[in-house]
Design a protein around this ligand. Structure first.
Ligand code: SF4
Length: 350
């Protein structure tokens, strides 16, 4: 499908009702996870006996690949593999190889990346890199085992995640990014030690404001550590300055250490919403298309996929949804919205 250049970033691609281009597809390959992070899948609610999606309801690699190819044809330039925890999906390297073969309409490669809790990276980093994965983002909320254990809900040791990051570096999955969700009263004291580690390890650390994702994490505004406070905390130790975004729609605000110690990012959905530049769509493991992280419902792409629809019909389905999109939840967030029955983050791919 021939796409016109859009006013968002001057490149061909669909735009929504707020003029935002479709550039970034997050593909959840499973709703399963071996962690029970308190801000995403608290174990009090999602216990060991929680029933995850049965296999026949989960998209096959072929279905994921077909959808991804169509999205790339509509202007998507980045594919992010997520979960739950994507590394628990068996044969993931095969899917990565299929996705890495997809080309943009201009013949260019797609930016193929993945977000993981790092627990299986030691074993899988190299096969994933050999299959075509380019980069990886690892979630790590503290270097202190007790604090990290309190955040991940299963007392998973920090050393194993750090070893996974080392394996990813050895496999050439660079630059490595690390995501740290900061929750007041639990891990804000880990902010400076994490920043020091990331400077040393040459990892781009992104601090994420604790969000009211889903409807089970008991979110409270007073547990959010605002972006300004995070930057002040870091700046009190190392002089920092704002850095320009790499591209329009980049999620994290970039900050540079003035001493040449690299950069870090802040993802401030609560105190500095960035909906105006949001270019992200999400496909859940069961094939639902979501146009916002805080959605209450999605669109059943799996039904279309399994109905025998042609590529044109499937592309028209996606086009219809994106061009009618008007989401801007974070701009509208209030005490009333935070209790909406939003889809759980692990069920749509974060
Ligand atoms: S709240 Fe929704 S629309 Fe806003 S940035 Fe997040 S995903 Fe995008």
């Amino acid at each position: 499908m021939e796409m016109a250049q859009n006013g968002f970033d001057g490149r061909p691609g669909l735009t929504d009702t707020l003029g935002r281009a479709l550039r970034d597809l997050r593909i959840s390959v499973t709703d399963r996870c071996n962690f029970r992070c308190t801000y995403c899948m608290p174990k009090e609610i999602f216990g060991r006996d929680y029933e995850f999606l049965p296999r026949d309801q989960v998209l096959t690699f072929e279905e994921i690949c077909r959808l991804a190819r169509l999205f790339v044809g509509l202007g998507v330039e980045k594919l992010r593999i997520t979960g739950g925890e994507p590394l628990v999906r068996r044969g993931l390297a095969d899917l990565i190889a299929m996705l890495a073969a997809i080309r943009r309409p201009d013949g260019g490669e797609v930016d193929l990346t993945l977000t993981t809790n790092g627990s299986a990276l030691r074993a899988l980093a190299r096969p994933l890199a050999e299959a075509g994965l380019r980069r990886v983002t690892v979630s790590l909320d503290s270097l202190d085992d007790e604090v990290f254990g309190a955040m991940n809900g299963i007392e998973f040791p920090v050393a194993k995640v750090l070893d996974g990051i080392a394996a990813a570096t050895e496999a050439g999955l660079a630059p490595i990014k690390a995501n740290m969700v900061v929750r007041r009263g639990i891990n804000e004291s880990s902010v400076v030690p994490m920043a020091a580690w990331a400077r040393e390890a040459n990892v781009v650390l992104r601090f994420i404001e604790y969000m009211d994702v889903g409807h089970s994490n008991g979110w409270r505004l007073d547990e959010v550590v605002p972006a300004d406070e995070l930057i002040e905390t870091i700046g009190a130790v190392w002089p920092v300055e704002p850095a320009d975004p790499n591209y329009r729609g980049e999620v994290a605000d970039r900050w540079r250490y003035r001493d040449g110690g690299g950069e870090f990012g802040v993802i401030s959905s609560v105190t500095q919403p960035f909906c105006r530049d949001c270019t992200r769509a999400r496909i859940s493991a069961e094939g639902k298309l979501y146009t916002c992280l805080f959605a209450v419902d999605g669109h059943d792409a799996r039904a279309v996929l399994r109905s025998g629809a042609s590529d044109e019909e499937l592309a028209a389905f996606v086009q219809g949804i994106w061009t009618r999109r008007g989401d801007r939840y974070s701009e509208l967030r209030s005490a009333a919205t935070s209790t909406l029955p939003k889809v759980e983050m692990f069920a749509m791919g974060g």
